[in-house]
Design a binder for this molecule. Structure first.
Ligand SMILES: O=C(O)CCC(=O)C(=O)O
Length: 303
């Protein structure tokens, strides 16, 4: 399998991959840090997640802190008020079930190992004019210790360069280096911080244009970003879930006083596949559904 940048013709690959996972797709992932599985979810499944997205944005599953419903607003207007909702699985049974879908299990048990747990979901609505997210590595947000963090990005609409698809730097996961992050003032991007001091240029990136129902799978060390939605009216909706090996502890938050940093293990997790070697610890409900800011308010510098 050749690395992405040695494909001839300068065109993005047209075929991507499909289920069941082939050795070729595993090799492509190892080399490039991402793969696309086309038709991973059916049209009916995608429609059900879109209905759930509307219900969540309209407040039909209860209030989302920071989201204020406008009396009489249309479904379109309710959606358009939101850039990204974190942890929609905490209020939507369908989205919780999506996070443990057998097709995701089929893919991730081949990429991560037999025992895989999930710790996060995010629903991007990204209406026309809404910003993208600057260059980053997901591992800088979710530390997994063994570098097993893997993102699964499900396209609920066709994702194009115009409406703000993902861009990735193929192979940027391979060094295993976590680059520093800082606040940025770039209006193209939301509040999330930006990786810097990396050895890569914007020109090294490729767009990941995918059809509805495709799943983009990417390594937690892969540098990726998205640009604003420049289409006149289309949404660019996606459902993103994050996974890691169940053997690895998840030090996502600082330890309590008296707790060891080395043994810190956030247990707001659920199993995708296999066995949880730490099942004896039980699980906890820490996170709840919440909004991501689409502006710069509250952003601070950190490295
Ligand atoms: O979908 C986007 O616009 C950004 C998603 C992303 O960067 C992520 O899920 O880590």
């Amino acid at each position: 399998m050749k690395p992405f940048d040695s494909w001839s013709g300068g065109e993005p690959p047209s075929g991507w991959f499909s289920l069941p996972m082939s050795q070729e797709s595993v090799d492509f992932y190892d080399e490039n840090g991402f793969i696309v599985i086309e038709d991973c979810f059916s049209a009916a499944e995608v429609d059900s997640y879109l209905s759930e997205a509307s219900a969540i944005c309209q407040g039909r599953y209860g209030p989302i802190p920071g989201s204020v419903p406008v009396p009489g607003e249309s479904e379109h207007e309710a959606l358009a008020r939101h850039l990204c909702i974190h942890m929609p699985n905490k209020v939507s049974t369908a989205m919780q079930q999506q996070s443990v879908h057998p097709n995701i299990a089929d893919v991730l048990t081949k990429l991560i190992g037999p025992n895989v747990k999930c710790m996060q979901s995010m629903l991007f609505i990204k209406a026309s004019g809404k910003p993208g997210q600057a260059w980053h590595q997901d591992e800088a947000y979710i530390p997994t210790r063994d570098r097993s963090l893997t993102g699964c990005w499900l396209a609920l609409d066709d994702a194009t360069v115009e409406n703000g698809c993902l861009w990735v730097i193929p192979g940027s996961h391979k060094r295993g280096v976590l680059w520093p992050m800082k606040f940025h003032a770039d209006e193209r991007f939301d509040c999330a911080h930006e990786s810097y001091r990396t050895p890569y240029q914007d020109e090294d990136a490729v767009p990941v244009e995918v059809k509805t129902g495709s799943l983009v799978i990417f390594n937690g060390y892969l540098l990726h970003r998205s640009l604003p939605n420049r289409s006149p009216e289309a949404f660019r909706r996606s459902l993103v879930t994050h996974y890691m090996s169940a053997e690895s502890l998840l030090p996502w938050m600082p330890p309590q006083p008296g707790q060891s940093m080395a043994l810190r293990d956030v247990r707001d997790v659920w199993m995708l596949a296999g066995e949880d070697p730490y099942a004896w610890k039980g699980t906890e409900e820490i996170h709840s559904v919440h909004l991501r800011s689409d502006g710069k308010a509250g952003c601070e510098n950190w490295t």
